[in-house]
Design a protein around this ligand. Structure first.
Ligand code: ABN
Ligand code: CU
Length: 703
């Protein structure tokens, strides 16, 4: 990290040396975390420090490939740390060398605030419950002092509030009431908002609206089976089980964090911030192991809310940078989050004291049937001649909870060489109080989803970071639009007016790449140094993504400034070592001003990006206009995009997948009217015993 001050000649610590990990991209092990925090504690001996982040500083692409492809040295094992020192404003970050067991650098950042850890959040409720001014506010809204144990809060980072800037480490406590500890609090939001100093552990201010609202008298809106049984008398009946069985076990192989599955091979990493990181992705094309992506991950998110009323402008969660998709990840469980035959990876972090903590089953790895991969039947013999091949997909998944919402992340590897991300959004709407009794309406900024409950409009926008390596180094990017011919009807080139084509524009500079979604638009990442023998085009992976709403917050707004990556659907910048986080390294309480993150990387936009080492950042997601069906617990809403090989292969690369059924014309003639038997599945049966069996070759039976 060149921006860090190097501390020359730092003596090695007394902590014992460690064994080399299996792979340079492997997340830090429990032993490595402990060693790193011991080294840091020794270095800061005499000071009171708290650990915030201990994570692998991944080797640069060059160091990694030198090891992997050129027999070079194993890259140094470096830890990136963030600590807080009691009584010292801001944070310190730096690096620790786990080979020479020493602190390499320390950078004091007096005006930065670090990510909020789960440990930072869990104590906030106790702080507000004891605060006399919060107790007074609760009494004003109708909650007596002896019911403070029924007051709950979702502690959010303050985001940014100019009254305090980044001078203190602040949370805004979104407060709620539960009649009973088993209640869901979101149907009982309270109208005021305490501001809590995370380090001092005290309430420093309370934002109180002009219009006061009494706590709702309605029953809490709950969703557990006991609540449903109380309401409807029983749970829905009538579903028989559907099981996923793999009697011969899984078809993927894992060597530590290295995956091999159906021609794909890659490394599965995980960190506190991005959660799942997929690196060094190759496709083995009949013996030619071709690189596709050096690294892909979700590098940032923003969930901006659309109510302009103070203090709701502060509700814009940059969940990855402010809380971490890793830190908030759920331990997954068999048959619940993941169904079938599962392999799990655990995740390891350091707690405030520097001790390793583990989230068991943080990453779920499994396969699923994925419907049809391809099919064709010939009408000439009543569809007797036919080939049907089913698709299996490999899924690498995690689920993280961002206080009220769940984000379920599924990276799918498909047998046609495509990679698809499915995100499912579930959990609970963030809510604010609506004074029905006084005739208050939700208006256009939100929706009344339950008595006394207003769910504000909001967006869920993600920053996908792609470091391509399509068929090797030297990549370019372009935007491709399905386009009507420019040549007019009746012109020699377009006499009948029906001409259309894929209009492609290669990005020469960063400025060229700042593009927005339009209907029919896709983007290509390609290798300009290679050519597909058939099409004459460059091998590419096409980004097919159609859930790309624009960021609605206006230029100059806090949201707009703090998410400089969300201004465009796509932006391509040069790869540099520390270009990971497009809203900056330390996101909480960043004002959005200054030359940070994507704003810095774009600069004046003149960087040339053709045929070079590039990073594509892609903004995708949804705008969420709540409705009662989303409450009290939201049915999962899907978001998806694909990275598809185009001009990468000479034919459909999945033709060698064993079909479920294949019969050529001569075979169909010989087989006559015999029933089709699947080559790959013996578990499917007719639903009803009296279904007459059909032959394979006479589809049109005469009655
Ligand atoms: N969505 C804001 C948030 C995320 C995690 C924890 C608290 C708050
Ligand atoms: Cu939503």
């Amino acid at each position: 990290m060149n921006r860090l001050s190097q501390i020359a000649g730092q003596a090695a610590s007394s902590v014992a040396p460690l064994a080399k990990p299996a792979h340079p991209l492997d997340p830090l092990s429990v032993t490595e975390i402990k060693a790193a925090t011991d080294i840091i504690k020794e270095y800061f001996a005499g000071k009171t420090i708290a650990f915030n982040t201990i994570t692998l500083k991944e080797p640069t692409k060059r160091a990694y490939l030198n090891w992997k492809e050129n027999n070079g040295p194993f890259p140094p094992r470096i830890v990136y740390y963030v600590i807080l020192e009691q009584g010292v404003p801001g944070i310190k970050d730096g690096l620790v060398d786990l080979v020479n067991m020493q602190v390499l650098s320390v950078q004091p950042l007096a005006n930065s605030q670090p990510i909020l850890t789960v440990e930072d959040l869990v104590g906030t409720e106790e702080i507000i419950r004891k605060d006399p001014n919060v107790i007074k506010q609760c009494e004003i809204v109708g909650i007596p002092a002896n019911e403070m144990h029924k007051v709950y809060c979702d502690p959010w980072t303050i985001g940014y509030d100019e009254r305090w800037g980044a001078s203190k480490r602040l949370q805004q406590a979104l407060v709620y009431y539960r009649h009973d500890e088993d209640d869901s609090q979101y149907s009982h939001p309270l109208d005021f908002c305490p501001i809590v100093d995370t380090e001092e552990r005290k309430v420093i201010y309370i934002d109180i609206p002009n219009r006061r609202r009494k706590v709702s008298k309605h029953p809490n809106a709950n969703f557990y089976p006991k609540d449903m049984i109380a309401k409807y008398g029983k749970m829905r009946e009538g579903l028989t089980p559907i099981n996923v069985t793999q009697p011969e076990g899984v078809s993927f192989k894992m060597d530590g964090n290295l995956m091999q599955w159906n021609n794909f091979n890659f490394h599965i990493g995980f960190n506190y911030r991005e959660g799942i990181v997929l690196s060094d992705i190759h496709y083995n094309d009949h013996g030619n192991n071709r690189p596709i992506f050096h690294r892909i991950s979700l590098s940032e998110m923003i969930v901006p809310y659309g109510s302009p009323d103070f203090p709701h402008q502060r509700k814009h969660a940059l969940d990855i940078g402010e809380y971490g998709a890793g830190y908030m990840t759920n331990p997954l469980s068999l048959g619940c989050d993941c169904k079938g035959v599962i392999h799990y990876l655990d995740a390891h972090f350091a707690d405030r004291a520097g001790d390793p903590i583990t989230v068991k089953h943080a990453v779920c790895i499994h396969e699923e049937d994925d419907g049809l991969l391809f099919k064709h039947s010939d009408f000439r013999d009543s569809f007797g001649t036919s080939i049907v091949t089913r698709s299996t997909r490999l899924i690498i998944s995690q689920i993280f909870t961002a206080a009220n919402y769940e984000y379920c992340i599924y990276w799918n590897f498909l047998q046609d060489g495509a990679i698809r991300l499915d995100v499912k959004l579930t959990g609970i709407l963030n809510t604010y109080q609506l004074d029905d009794e006084a005739g208050e309406k939700s208006g256009k900024w939100g929706c009344r989803v339950y008595p006394n409950v207003n769910a504000h409009n909001h967006q869920h926008l993600f920053a996908l970071r792609i470091h391509p390596r399509i068929d090797g180094d030297g990549n370019s990017a372009s935007v491709v639009d399905g386009s009507a011919a420019e040549e007019p009807l009746g012109s020699p080139e377009n006499m009948y007016g029906n001409g259309f084509y894929a209009k492609s524009k290669t990005f020469k500079t960063v400025n060229d790449s700042l593009t927005q979604f339009e209907n029919g638009r896709t983007w290509d990442l390609f290798n300009p140094n290679k050519v597909n023998e058939y099409s004459g085009k460059h091998p590419s992976y096409k980004l097919v993504s159609f859930q790309c709403p624009p960021l609605f917050a206006k230029p100059g707004s806090l949201v707009y400034k703090r998410a400089p990556w969300a201004h465009n659907t796509v932006q391509v910048v040069k790869y540099e070592e520390d270009r990971f986080y497009p809203s900056g390294e330390h996101v909480p309480q960043w004002s959005g001003d200054g030359n940070i993150g994507m704003r810095k990387w774009i600069g004046d936009g003149s960087d040339e990006i053709e045929n070079s080492d590039i990073l594509m950042f892609h903004t995708f997601g949804i705008s969420h206009f709540p409705a009662p069906e989303d409450f009290p617990l939201m049915p999962a809403e899907p978001i998806t995009f694909m990275l598809r090989p185009r001009h990468f292969f000479l034919e459909n690369p999945a033709l060698d997948v064993l079909p479920s059924h294949a019969m050529t014309t001569s075979e169909a003639r010989k087989a006559g009217n015999k029933e089709i038997v699947s080559l790959t599945d013996t578990t499917s049966t007719y639903a009803f015993k009296d279904t007459p069996k059909q032959g394979c070759c006479s589809r049109f039976t005469k009655e």
